[in-house]
Write a protein that binds this ligand. Sequence first.
Ligand SMILES: C[S@@+](CC[C@H](N)C(=O)[O-])C[C@H]1O[C@@H](n2cnc3c(N)ncnc32)[C@H](O)[C@@H]1O
Ligand code: SF4
Length: 338
Amino acid sequence: MSSQLKRELKWPEQATLAIEVCGVCNLRCPMCSYPRLKRKKGMMDFGLFTRIAEDAADNGHGIVSLHFFGEPLLWPHIVDGVALLSKFGMHPRLSTNGMLLTGDMARRLQDAGMKEIMVTIDTLRPEAYNIIRAGGDFETVRRNIHDAIAAAPDLLIRPQMMPTKHNEGETEEDFYNEFGRHRNFQVQPWFIHRMIEADNLTKDLFHKPGDVDKRLCDKPFERVDVLWDGTTVLCCLDAEGELVTGDLKKNSISYSWEGPKAMRLRRKILAGEWHDLPACRACMADHVVTDIAPTCWKKSDTLPPLPESYQRVYDRILELGEYDDEKGSWTNGGMKGC
Ligand SMILES: C[S@@+](CC[C@H](N)C(=O)[O-])C[C@H]1O[C@@H](n2cnc3c(N)ncnc32)[C@H](O)[C@@H]1O
Ligand code: SF4
């Protein structure tokens, strides 16, 4: 791997590390892939988590998310896991459906070093909650948020608002009226700035075949997601773990980020050949559209040019040549055994 390519990829400053400590959930939210997941369900072994945490610390990772698909507060080691990351100087954060976020749990997480928690309540209307967060209990989550705010003053509690037909008209102000204004409380508006159609709540919102011609998706350039069994992917919507770049039971995080599988995946995406990649072909993922998207994410017969920074990465990847699995190196030179 050339040092120039490493610099272009901005590892690890640019990359989010997300660890699915628990691949099991207590809810069945209709817009989520979880209820339909085919991959095996389970929770991360604490020995594997420790190994990943040490590796992440050596890599200089800062923020580490402790969720992917599943409910992180079901993981029996969650407090110890947070304490370990904090001991290594990292900043753990997580998203929870809030069913298990009691005041006591919030305080224990705060004391272990957790700084921020997102709670996916999405609405203050119980009837809407019952549709959006199937299997949850509105009153429990509402009370838990109140209790967590009071019990853990140094832990930022951020209720998520996902716009749907069911909570239409609700505002951030409504949430402040319900929970009050506190130093450790901040409403988290949904990161997709459009309303989810009511019907879409019964389908998988992001995993329906799209007719949008994607030129570029930036996810594989900004994150490593670790599934509960140690498998790594480079996209928070690769829920089934189809585009595997490594296995942290035997590889390092760096291998997952810049090893041959990761580079082949990026090369395909930069070449505009995402149709060959099952998870990408099925993905509508309008939430990955960022500031680079308006020019490169639209239907066209010819590929529009890549943004300059991505073109530089692409050029460097092409310079690597092909990966020789037997020799364990790129034909034009490159790092071995990462
Ligand atoms: C998959 S959940 C996992 C963590 C936890 N169980 C929770 O609900 O917060 C993490 C985030 O993904 C969002 N989400 C649900 N379904 C999604 C989907 N199909 N694609 C992308 N994000 C989704 C949730 O609203 C939540 O903000
Ligand atoms: S959104 Fe979270 S709580 Fe709902 S089913 Fe998915 S993983 Fe579970």
